[in-house]
Design a protein around this ligand. Structure first.
Ligand code: SF4
Ligand code: SF4
Length: 415
């Protein structure tokens, strides 16, 4: 079956009941059928059956989807919305010529910068030096970032610490339950090194040896969501080779919810290779793990709010594992009104491409998360955490946003 017919076969599962509409963030903001899951599926059906031209406006309606997959989770007909969108964008990119615009050039340069380990490493090192010496304010005041279209990206930059250089292998601290390999994602080592270290420490304490293969590359999700299926397949192929070489591991454990989903959906990229070990999110892995009784946590004497990323909730469907994990910390109290479980508007590079929609969703998330005046916000996806930090900074609110694994490690009792 060719791609068109394959996509149509998936799209035809939609019975147009409309139950997904009230749950779709873009439909809630725009009140426009074309900005709803049902509307986007109908646009794809119209285009692939020859009734609609693959126009710029059609592309824009598809691009403005956050790919949060809330619709997919709630659909009674189990329409594979995420796959329909990924396959359609790849086909659309093939069939349409991209018209040049400064915005698309900046967006693709930003993507290259974010996703190339070498480029982002060098860029972040320079920025860290600029931050330390306060040169960054000076450069910002010249308007250079604005001129280069980097102003928004720069406003998302957290305080930069030195990136960690990981070892190839970290042996288990106690009797070994086996080995796992860690997928860190493109930016965690640079922007959230503490969570990488905390994950290794916790896994070692649980009895797992941890490999962190240096040759791992970007998961490819952002490329796929932009219709660049070939690039995404190349990343998939490289990662599969890198992790399959470690023949004594029981799982590939991924630190970033969005990356976990992409690694797990590599079979949709039609690469001839597959991961030999299971792919698990760190939240799933730790949530299901058998914890030795000598691992204890100190009570948390703080008011906490929780953001549940879309990838964890709607695709991995592992929010219960997150709750199980957090409940290991004594006195952790989370009432439903301190939890935000809708899209925060980060959505990969969406926050750069559609700032207006992204900002509206960010404001709603910040409103829910801060209304009980928490001292700490928990988020398990680095993209969401950066989005929330940017929103809090804009309000001059200094609430730390922390990964649940880092929180667990900080609460660990040392005997
Ligand atoms: S995607 Fe699912 S919930 Fe939405 S209209 Fe189609 S069948 Fe109904
Ligand atoms: S993935 Fe999210 S934004 Fe896109 S149509 Fe579904 S609910 Fe709406």
């Amino acid at each position: 079956m060719d791609s068109s017919n394959y996509i149509l076969s998936l799209a035809d599962q939609c019975v147009k009941c409309g139950l997904c509409l009230p749950q779709c963030p873009t439909y809630a903001l725009k009140a426009n059928e074309n900005e709803s899951p049902r509307g986007r599926i109908a646009l794809i059906q119209g285009w692939l059956s020859g009734q609609l031209e693959p126009s710029e406006i059609l592309t824009q309606h598809l691009d403005q989807c956050l790919l949060c997959r809330r619709c997919e989770r709630l659909c009674p007909s189990q329409v594979a919305y995420g796959e329909i969108m990924d396959q359609s964008k790849a086909l659309l990119a093939k069939e349409t010529k991209t018209t040049f615009s400064l915005q698309s050039l900046i967006s693709s340069l930003s993507l290259k910068l974010l996703l190339s380990k070498k480029l982002s490493g060098a860029f972040i090192s320079i920025l860290r030096l600029f931050q330390k010496t306060r040169l960054i304010q000076l450069v910002a005041s010249t308007g250079l970032f604005k001129l280069l279209g980097l102003q928004r990206l720069m406003s998302y930059l957290p305080e930069l610490n030195k990136a960690i250089k990981t070892k190839h292998f970290y042996p288990a601290s106690t009797s070994s339950k086996g080995n796992i390999a860690l997928f860190t994602g493109c930016i965690s080592k640079q922007l959230d090194a503490k969570t990488v270290t905390a994950s290794i420490n916790l896994l070692n304490r649980l009895g797992y040896g941890v490999y962190v293969p240096e040759q791992q590359v970007c998961c490819g999700a952002m490329h796929l969501h932009k219709g660049q299926k070939n690039e995404a397949s190349q990343f998939a192929s490289k990662n599969i080779d890198v992790f399959n070489q470690l023949d004594n591991i029981t799982a590939v454990v991924s630190l970033v919810n969005g990356c976990t989903l992409q690694l797990r959906e590599y079979p949709q990229l039609e690469t001839s290779k597959q991961f030999t070990p299971e792919v698990e999110d760190i939240i799933e892995f730790l949530g299901e793990a058998d914890w030795p009784t000598d691992i204890e946590f100190t009570p948390l004497d703080k008011k906490v709010a929780l953001q549940i990323p879309c990838s964890l909730q709607n695709s991995l469907r592992a929010e219960d594992k997150l709750m199980t994990l957090l409940q290991r910390i004594p006195d952790m109290s989370l009432s439903p009104d301190t939890i935000h479980n809708k899209c925060c508007g980060a959505a990969g590079t969406y926050f750069l491409r559609f700032p207006q929609i992204s900002d509206q969703l960010k404001a709603a998330a910040i409103h829910t998360l801060t209304k009980s005046s928490p001292e700490l916000i928990i988020s398990s996806n680095i993209g969401c955490a950066l989005q929330l930090k940017a929103g809090l900074n804009q309000q001059n609110t200094n609430i730390p946003v922390i990964h649940p694994v880092l929180l667990l490690e900080q609460q660990l009792k040392t005997h």
